[in-house]
Write a protein of this length. Structure first.
Lengths: 310, 258, 335
């Protein structure tokens, strides 16, 4: 709810009817300076976004507009400087999508149920504790999440790393994002609807499943897509947990699996002297940023188009 | 259909706070009883104890008895969900489910309670909408969202939804306070028709409405803010409005306070 | 909508119709369905608590033996030589905290101004899309920020950085550090971190500003205040606790940022001298850990990095907890 005062320019408000109500020049000047600075702050903030998009698109678009990029993996790639073939990122694209999908499958149910607990059930100490921990979890650095999974999986259990480890670390990052947005959506469902359902003799759980969740469904989808976009672009835990491979691998639970961030990371050290590595890096960055932005915008669009009016 | 309600020495609490004190009354089957009184006097709170909706608010509980014919609604082992199927409720603001069509709204209670037979449901849609005087207005757009109707139509849709689960009693909590005069009239006509089948209890701020629709009227009051509300008197509506036995009632209906 | 940032203030504010926020009702019954569903909900809540507790426990228990093996003081030494069992975090702690704090000093004024722009200055048709554009800054993956920062911005900013250290070099924070060239300094990292935390601080601040009571704003205008005076009297004071806690959340984000720092910041040689300067290189906790994953060979060497991760976890925990407490206070105040 914002107060709309743009129609009353301060410089004129003082001159109504030709009477000066004591708005001295210095006050008007301050007001104008503030307006200019505030507009400037917004315009300056656009610079990095435009610059980044321009950089990535201008350096990477030509690479990703080839069919090979989407069809081939990096098998047969030789030593840096000797290989003249960019080849594809299919292995990394599939890896990124699979890892993020596995993350979503675990994180979304936990997050949605936690939000349901907080909004529909939670009172007292436990609810405050859960709410506090969701905040803390949303602040846990992604590298710490990766380190934690490493500490459990490798140091404690002594198991071999696989792509699923990356998913587990990303679950820790996705749960708070989806939980908070779901919570917001559930709170927007008017209490009257819950009461109407109870008054029809419908048990609480069915009220939640059949009345509350459908009413907030589009918001939950939006939150989940934003969460998906966030974990798809996340790199830090993968630097600890993911074992890069040049080859396409569909199996999350066995063998190494590439992802777009690790494809970038593997090629970065060579990009200074090797155009082919640089093309791979910018191609992967371009793919990643488009993937993330498209999912992000799609999520917002779905939220806007399918919102239930009540 | 339509059962008698007997309330004996009912106290209503929210946590430690006593909201309503010492109410005893009898509501006759297939009649309309109106609750009137100033804001905060506990009439809505008391109404919600008749189908245990007040328990939904954390800390809400009662002392005393509410009998529906021979059944104590608060006896141990009674399922509040089952009580609410027997005693339906219509709220102040029309609240159709926004994700459902008109048809689905009417049969929401049945569906959510597990009725699947399409023939039964279709029949129930027509029957309930007829019962709520809404059938003719919506029969051509049963699959449109319920939220697209006017306020008065929405409220009649909510009444259709409530009677579709075949309750014995219908509670109405200021059902016309959000409606314009014409829609209000439609609801009042409907109440007159519904009382042939159901026991109806209506809370209203509008004394003319109470006088128009009800057989009996109960006047609630409270001594001061923070004190519990209580039942001052209950009598035939004619009697209450023409010749009340208590001074407070007379002051209230003659507009001297409240 | 601030969902992309993962945090929200909406639960701290009263409902639109003035009712206290819904915190569960008592419609639960003893039915099997209610028991199972309610159990799942509580269970999920407990899983969330368990996640945080397990992170703390695992990091703590695997860090303790390594810290016991440490031949130098863990907190006060600048040396980090894991194979020699000599590791102290002082240099990393300095780099992490200073880059994040400087990032915040840059980002917060911008965030407040942009939040005011979105809530009070932007024409109505622009406010929605403009907010989305700012949110998109948060959607750009940090590895892309890193690439952009080191390859594009660093060379371009070298001249500016040299000029700053020429002019302001008398001040220790801006002293010249000849050994670090190419612009890949803490100074540049701070700027990139500022851009990265800008959307989160903006989103939360915007939410609070949009809830500033319209009655106060109208009252200020009715007294003949200019728009800016109205904002200073009726909007900024109302939003202050929100700005503080949004800043803390932004600080938490900056402290833990990994890849952008890893790519941009030059590493320091082992025997480099201490300097207060922002034009130095170095390593943050997160960048050091990410860069050394290949050194995780078990025992003390892994433990040392886990200990560093534990310090980072504690830092962010404290910062986020403070953010939460500030908001809770405000909530108590506004009710």
């Amino acid at each position: 709810m914002s107060l709309d005062v743009k129609d009353i320019p301060a410089s004129e408000a003082g001159d109504l009817g030709g009477i000066d109500h004591g708005k001295s020049g210095i006050r008007v000047l301050k007001n104008n300076i503030a307006t200019v600075l505030i507009w400037a702050a917004f315009l300056i903030a656009l610079i990095p976004l435009v610059w980044i998009l321009w950089t990535v698109l201008s350096k990477g678009l030509s690479t990703i507009l080839t069919v090979t990029w989407w069809q081939k993996d990096q098998s047969g790639v030789g030593a840096p400087g000797f290989d003249t073939n960019v080849r594809g990122a299919r292995h990394a694209i599939i890896g990124t999508l699979e890892i993020a999908a596995a993350t979503s499958v675990i994180a979304i149910p936990i997050a949605v149920m936690t939000a349901i607990y907080l909004v529909e059930y939670g009172r007292g100490k436990l609810a405050r504790g859960v709410s506090f921990m969701v905040d803390i979890l949303s602040g846990v650095p992604s590298i710490v999440a990766g380190l934690f999974i490493y500490a459990v999986w490798v140091t404690f259990f002594g198991w071999k790393l696989n792509a699923f480890c990356s998913s587990l670390a990303l679950v820790l990052l996705m749960v708070p994002v989806v939980c908070r947005s779901t919570e917001e959506m559930l709170k927007l469902v008017p209490n009257e609807l819950r009461e109407a359902s109870y008054a029809l003799g419908v048990p609480k759980w069915k009220t939640i499943v059949k009345v509350v969740l459908p009413t907030s469904f589009s918001g939950i989808v939006t939150g989940s897509l934003l969460g998906f976009a966030r974990v798809a672009g996340e790199t830090a835990p993968l630097l600890i947990l993911a074992q890069y491979t040049q080859f396409l691998n569909y199996n999350l639970f066995s063998g190494n699996m590439a992802a777009l961030p690790t494809l970038i990371n593997v090629n970065v050290p060579n990009m200074a002297g090797d155009q082919v590595s640089a093309d791979r890096v910018w191609g992967a960055a371009c793919t990643l940023i488009l993937l993330v932005l498209v999912i992000n915008l799609l999520g917002r669009l779905i939220g806007r188009l399918t919102r239930v009016k009540s | 259909m339509g059962k008698r309600i007997d309330v004996k020495d009912l106290n209503v609490f929210y946590g430690d706070f006593k909201a309503v004190e010492g109410v005893s009354m009898t509501v006759e089957p297939r009649s309309v009883t109106a609750f009137i009184g100033p804001s905060g006097c506990g009439k809505s709170t008391f109404l919600r104890t008749l189908n245990r909706m007040h328990e939904v608010i954390p800390g809400g509980h009662v002392q005393g008895k509410v009998m529906l014919d021979d059944e104590d609604l608060y006896a141990p082992g009674v399922d509040p969900v089952a009580v609410r199927r027997t005693v339906g409720m219509v709220f102040q603001r029309p609240n159709p489910f926004p994700t459902m069509s008109i048809r689905d709204n009417v049969i929401a209670g049945l569906r959510l309670n597990g009725v699947k037979n399409k023939k039964v449901l279709d029949q129930k849609v027509e029957e309930s909408l007829q019962g709520a005087n809404l059938w003719n207005e919506v029969k051509d757009r049963l699959n449109k969202p319920g939220a697209g109707l006017s306020g008065g139509q929405q409220q009649r849709l909510c009444i259709a939804r409530a009677i579709a689960v075949e309750p014995q009693v219908l509670l109405m909590d200021e059902p016309c306070s959000a409606l314009d005069p014409i829609s209000t009239l439609a609801i009042e006509d409907l109440i007159g028709k519904l009382k042939e089948q159901y026991t109806i209890v209506i809370v209203t701020h509008n004394m003319q409405q109470a006088a128009r629709v009800s057989d009996k009227t109960a006047f609630f009051n409270l001594e001061a803010t923070g004190k519990p509300g209580n039942l001052i008197e209950m009598d035939d509506t004619q009697q209450i409005f023409n010749n009340p036995s208590k001074k407070a009632t007379e002051d209230y209906i003659s507009g001297r306070f409240g | 909508m601030s969902s992309s940032t993962g945090a929200s203030l909406s639960d701290e504010l009263p409902d639109p119709d003035g009712r206290p926020p819904l915190r569960g009702d008592d419609a639960n019954t003893g039915r099997a369905g209610d028991k199972v569903f309610g159990g799942l909900a509580i269970g999920s809540g407990i899983v969330v608590i368990a996640m945080v507790v397990l992170i703390a426990i695992f990091l703590l228990f695997q860090a303790i033996p390594a810290i016991g093996d440490d031949k130098v003081n863990f907190l006060t030494s600048r040396e980090w030589n894991v194979s020699g069992r000599r590791f102290g975090i002082l240099q990393m702690l300095w780099t992490t905290v200073v880059t994040s704090v400087v990032a915040l000093i840059i980002a917060v004024p911008f965030a407040v101004a942009i939040a005011l722009f979105l809530t009070h200055y932007a024409p109505r048709w622009l406010a929605g899309p403009a907010a989305t554009v700012i949110d998109l800054l948060a959607a750009v993956p940090s590895i892309v920020y890193g690439l952009w920062g080191v390859i594009i911005v660093a060379p371009k900013s070298e001249g500016l950085q040299n000029w700053l250290s020429d002019v302001l070099g008398w001040f220790p924070l801006f002293a010249k550090v000849p050994s670090v060239g190419g612009g890949t300094t803490m100074f540049l990292v701070s700027i990139v971190l500022a851009i990265m935390v800008l959307p989160i601080v903006t989103a939360l601040t915007r939410e609070v500003f949009s809830q500033a009571p319209a009655a106060h704003q109208e009252a200020a205008l009715a007294l003949g205040a200019t728009k800016w005076e109205m904002i200073r009297t009726a909007v900024l004071p109302f939003g202050k606790p929100g700005i503080i806690s949004a800043s803390m959340l932004g600080l938490g984000r900056a402290l833990g940022e990994t890849v952008a720092v890893l790519y941009i910041l030059s590493a320091l040689p082992d025997s480099s001298k201490w300097t207060w300067s922002l034009f130095n290189g170095g390593d943050t906790f997160a960048a050091k850990i990410a860069n050394s994953a290949s050194e995780f060979t078990g025992g003390t060497s892994t433990g040392a990095y886990i200990a560093a991760g534990l310090v980072l976890f504690i830092l962010t925990f404290v910062v986020n907890a403070v953010a939460r407490v500030v908001i809770e206070r405000r909530k108590a105040f506004s009710e």
